[in-house]
Each structure stands twice: as C-alpha cells, then as structure tokens.
Design a protein around this ligand. Structure first.
Ligand SMILES: C[S@@+](CC[C@H](N)C(=O)[O-])C[C@H]1O[C@@H](n2cnc3c(N)ncnc32)[C@H](O)[C@@H]1O
Ligand code: SF4
Ligand code: SF4
Length: 360
C-alpha cells in the first residue's frame, strides 16, 4: 500500500489550520523499531544500559512486523534501541522480511560492534548507518562511558561500503567547543553530522546525569553558531535550540509526530511517535494495522497536536518544519521523516561503491 500524496499536505493543514482537515486514517511514513533495549555502552546522558530489558519480539514476529510496516506504506525503517546490533538475528530479519518497498532502512547504533559486523551490514539492505559520537576521542569516551569507543566506532565506519553514514551528535556542554573539529572528522570518513537536542523528559533518561551535559553561556553560544553556520540548519530551528538551551520561553509548535511516525518497543508496545505518552497497543496482541487504525491511536495523535503532553525535544524538527511549511520546510520535513540526506558516502568521498551493494 502506498500513502496518498495528499497525506502530508493534509497533516499540515490539519495541524496548522483546522483539525477537520486532517487525514481520516493515520499512515505514518516512518517506523522506529527497538528489538532490544539492552545496551553495552555506559552513556552519561542515557539510562538504557542500567536495566536488563526483556525482549518479547522473537525473530518470526520481527520479520512479520517489518512486513507489516512495508504493507502499511511506511517508507522509512529505523532500527534503534538500546543497541540494535546486540540483536544477533537482526540481519536474518532483514534478509527474510520484504524490505524492497522501503526508501530507507536506517540503523541507529553506538558503533561498538560495527567493526565486527561490517560485512553483515554491508551485505544487508540497510541504506544508512547513523553512529552516535558525541565529541572528539577523549570527550566522547567520557560521555559514552567506554574507553576506546571513538576509535572503534570510526574503525567500523571506515569499513562500510555502499551506505550513507551519519555521526549522530547529542549537543552538549562537554563537547561544545569541539564541534567544528568533529565535523572535520566526519568529513574525513565521509559522514555527515546529525544532531540530537539534549532531552530530559524521556522514560529512558530519568536518572541520567543531565547537569554535567547542559550547555550554558559560551558553550550554548558555540552550539548555536555550529548549527547555524556549519550545519546550515533553518533559522527557526537555530532559534529553537538557542531558546531551549538558554531556558527561554518559547511557543512550542503543534506536535505532528503522531501522524508521521510510529514506535515499537522491545516489549511489543506501540507508541504514537512519542516516548513520554502511554502505549496505545502491543504487537504481541494485535497486528500493527489494527493498532494504527485504532481510536486510541487517533485520539492520542490529536492530543499531541494540542500538546497535551509533558513535552520533549525528540523529533521537534519535524513539528517546527510543519509550522514553517510555507518556506523550504516541506523539503526539510520529507528529509527529516525519511532520514534521507542525498549522496552515499563513497560518492561524497570520491571512492567507488562496493561491488555488490544490496541496494544501489
Ligand atoms: C537512545 S540511543 C539508541 C541507539 C544507539 N544505542 C545509539 O546510541 O545510537 C538513540 C540516540 O539518542 C541519543 N541520546 C542519548 N542520550 C540522549 C539525551 N539525553 N537526549 C537526546 N538524545 C540522547 C543517542 O546519542 C543516540 O543518538
Ligand atoms: S545512548 Fe545508545 S549507546 Fe548510549 S546508553 Fe543509551 S542506548 Fe546505549
Ligand atoms: S512534544 Fe509532546 S507529544 Fe510530541 S513527542 Fe514530545 S512529549 Fe510527545
């Protein structure tokens, strides 16, 4: 099933003008799947590694879930966690599921297993590898809690062929003054930089050490300069980041994530593209299609537009782009939702692509 071309314009009209103009059915463009929430890193900004999480979705259900995603018109699959590469059957799932209809299959990883598993990644239908690196070697290893993390992640990246690569950087105080040099490292390995806005309100961050990460004064100013001048992010996004880190009041945009993305946790719980709000179903009980079509899903997505929520920065770029959609933001939005950013790494570096990439 493909999603109608009027879907995004209707989400835009419905979120900005009148909810009567919203699409009658929810058809997310992107699915974020966590087959595991366990993790072997020890990041100071994240709590996942402190818990041993049960994994309810077995290989067979995972394959069926990916097929359900492709069948419901989802264009972009993001495999995240916890650490997704800890799931040993990840590549089997991708091999046996129907993945050809996805425009993007993104793996969001800490990169610690990339060197070991680069062949499997290269031979898989994964189109993009997003590796979390928060600073230069010393700083990154401090933030991520593992000596040798930076070196290992970059070694893994250098072995990738035929994939788009990004460094996912959580904007923070400890590495604020290194961002320019980190961009040079990214250029050197053919990766682009993507950023996370430091969040305090997600369920997996309750005990994380936010105080040591929160940028102020010159560090907040450097982050603003970096996203504006080096990443060339839209002005409204730069303004949001500036106000957010400086604790300034701001008008939050209607949150459109309920209409754009769906999350599946390792318990099978389904979230309406929002971590702080309650699950609206579980794929161990119902099909994804049934949950997406449920009243509970729609009602919660409407409440998200009205910002009846604790608030978070996760995916706020999409809601900002919707709000500013009269400008170049429709383009920004489609890129944000599908996680696409154009050229593959080898093209950017002038290196020949792998001989037999699973995807051109
Ligand atoms: C929770 S991790 C899961 C995937 C994988 N383990 C990784 O680190 O890439 C997803 C993303 O959230 C980022 N992150 C960690 N702590 C965060 C925080 N407090 N606020 C915003 N993003 C955060 C990570 O750096 C990573 O890019
Ligand atoms: S950010 Fe990723 S790597 Fe770090 S503890 Fe959380 S899940 Fe693990
Ligand atoms: S802004 Fe609110 S509704 Fe949107 S994802 Fe965050 S908590 Fe959920």
């Amino acid at each position: 099933m493909s999603v109608s071309v009027s879907y995004l314009p209707r989400v835009w009209m419905g979120s900005q003008i009148s909810t009567r103009l919203l699409p009658s059915k929810i058809r997310p463009l992107s699915a974020h799947i966590k087959l595991t929430e366990n993790c072997q890193a020890r990041c100071i900004s994240c709590d996942y590694w402190k818990t041993r999480w049960p994994e309810s979705i077995n290989t067979e259900r995972a394959i069926h879930l990916v097929n359900e995603c492709s069948g419901s018109g989802i264009r972009s699959l993001r495999l995240t966690g916890g650490e997704p590469l800890l799931r040993k059957d990840m590549f089997q799932v991708l091999k046996q599921a129907k993945t050809s209809s996805f425009k993007n299959i993104i793996i969001q990883t800490n990169g610690l297993l990339l060197k070991k598993l680069h062949k499997e990644v290269n031979e898989s239908p994964i189109t993009k590898v997003a590796v979390s690196v928060d600073g230069l070697e010393k700083t990154n290893d401090l933030i991520r809690g593992i000596n040798g993390y930076f070196g290992l992640a970059l070694e893994g990246i250098r072995l990738l062929r035929g994939k788009e690569v990004a460094l996912s950087v959580t904007l923070n105080k400890i590495s604020a003054q290194e961002l320019g040099r980190l961009k040079e490292v990214a250029n050197d390995v053919g990766a682009k930089i993507e950023t996370n806005i430091l969040s305090r309100s997600l369920f997996f961050l309750k005990d994380a050490d936010m105080a040591s990460m929160w940028p102020e004064g010159a560090d907040a100013a450097e982050i603003e300069r970096f996203v504006r001048d080096e990443l060339k992010r839209p002005g409204y996004e730069v303004e949001y980041i500036r106000r957010y880190y400086n604790h300034e009041a701001m008008a939050e945009p209607p949150c459109v994530l309920g209409f754009l993305q769906v999350f599946v946790l390792s318990s099978g719980d389904v979230l309406t593209g929002c971590y702080p709000l309650k699950p609206v179903g579980n794929i161990m009980k119902d099909s994804l299609e049934t949950i997406l079509a449920s009243e509970a899903y729609y009602i919660q997505s409407l409440a998200m537009l009205r910002r009846e929520c604790p608030g978070c920065t996760c995916g706020v770029e999409s809601s900002l782009a919707m709000k500013h959609a009269a400008s170049s933001a429709v383009f920004e939005l489609s890129q944000l939702i599908t996680g696409q950013s154009g050229r593959k790494r080898e093209e950017a570096m002038g290196v020949a692509p792998a001989e037999n990439p699973s995807r051109p």
